[in-house]
Design a protein. Structure first.
Length: 91
């Protein structure tokens, strides 16, 4: 069929897209984990919604830090693979 990609092309696409999907999942997971931990603390101490809000902010901060670290690492890997491609020695 025209336009259909073979297994090797799909694998390459999944490898390129995979880290970006992981970033989103990691960000949401950090927020939800801290949010539910805060909600549990609120139910335990009767401080409704204090710990839940704190948990949401802590989770967002943790998710954002993980996001930045992952993006910087991906950029570093991209730059190092570019340099290995033979574009060095200019100047």
């Amino acid at each position: 069929m025209p336009g259909e990609k073979g297994p090797s092309e799909r694998t390459r696409i999944y490898r390129e897209v995979g880290p970006y999907l992981g970033i989103g999942i990691e960000f949401v997971a950090a927020i939800l984990l801290c949010l539910f931990a805060g909600r549990w603390l609120d139910s335990r101490f009767g401080t409704d919604p204090t710990f839940m809000l704190v948990g949401a902010f802590v989770g967002a901060t943790a998710g954002f830090v993980a996001f930045i670290r992952t993006v910087l690492k991906m950029q570093e890997n991209k730059d190092s693979s570019r340099n290995q491609g033979g574009s060095e020695g200019r100047g």
